[in-house]
Design a protein around this ligand. Structure first.
Ligand SMILES: [Zn+2]
Length: 298
């Protein structure tokens, strides 16, 4: 059995290059690896492939055929622990699966397990998905764990974009970016907002009517709009802006220092959303700052 058969999500040359990179990193694996970009299924597959790299008895490359690799790929190996912040505590208690909720009880349990040696040879791999910017008790406990030297444990953080995570987590990680999904697969719910925001950045008009409408915007939708802005900015910074994307085109008009400022403001706006400030106000304030920036008012 080959890698492609065990991990069909990882086919393609760009992901192949990332695998080569991880292949080399496996010689001295970083304590925390952060995987962003791609689709959720691709991130999970790459995280599991990385875990195979760290567990397979074949030292130089995961064979993707032995019982260890197969167990890891299925998420069933005892040395692979997985948590997801999107699983509710109730679901976790009623129906505990291979992936557990990320809460204080689970983190406490994890910390005590980290004190023991892994079951089999090689590392223990802890995968964490669905983390947020909230600096709650569980997040603080996790940060403490990441600061401790844990010679037999390696962590993998999975997220769509690193801006979704606490900056202190990101700064402890080696970040790898999977190829971003096509802009053609753009979210239809977001499209009118992206157009309104792009138009506002050009003309100063067309956004506030939309954002001030009653119940137009909740924190989740505002967060997705901000993520779309961050993706646009990432494309602009990489010189890969999409001429059909209104936000890409609006942000491409910023000079280099302004792009850096824009990145910081987007992260601040994401953080503000976690503090129960009105999402419409956060988006409007950001748009007004960006408009001023684009038109030389800062
Ligand atoms: Zn193997």
């Amino acid at each position: 059995m080959t890698t492609d058969a065990l991990f069909p999500e990882l086919a393609g040359t760009e992901l192949g290059r990332l695998r080569e990179r991880l292949q080399r990193l496996g010689e001295q694996p970083p304590q925390v690896l952060l995987l962003e970009g791609g689709s959720e299924a691709q991130r999970l597959a790459l995280a599991r492939w990385w875990a195979c790299r760290l567990k397979c008895p074949e030292a130089s490359a995961p064979c993707c055929a032995c019982p260890v690799c197969r167990q890891v790929a299925a998420g069933e190996h005892l040395d692979i622990l997985a948590y997801d912040g999107r699983i509710s505590n109730k679901d976790d208690e009623e129906n505990p699966g291979l992936v557990r909720a990320f809460n204080m009880d689970r983190v406490r349990e994890l910390k005590s397990r980290l004190r023991d040696a892994p079951h089999g040879p090689g590392y223990r791999v802890v995968m964490l998905a669905g983390l947020t910017l909230a600096r709650d008790e569980a997040a603080n406990a996790l940060l403490k764990s990441l600061e401790e030297p844990l010679p037999s444990t390696r962590f993998v953080l999975l997220c769509a974009q690193r801006e979704q995570l606490l900056p202190t987590l990101v700064s402890r990680s080696l970040c790898l970016t999977l190829p971003w999904p096509d802009s053609a697969a753009r979210d239809p719910e977001l499209q009118p907002w992206e157009e309104a925001l792009g138009e506002f950045l050009r003309s100063g008009r067309g956004l506030f009517e939309r954002s001030s409408a009653r119940n137009a915007l909740d924190a989740a939708l505002a967060g997705r709009i901000l993520l779309a802005c961050q993706k646009s900015l990432a494309r602009v910074l990489a010189g890969r802006e999409d001429v059909d994307d209104p936000l890409d085109m609006a942000l491409a008009g910023l000079d280099v220092p302004a792009r850096a400022l824009c990145g910081r403001w987007l992260a601040e706006a994401q953080e503000a959303l976690t503090f129960a400030v009105g999402p419409a106000r956060i988006l409007e304030a950001l748009a007004a700052r960006l408009f001023a920036l684009r038109h030389g008012g800062v």
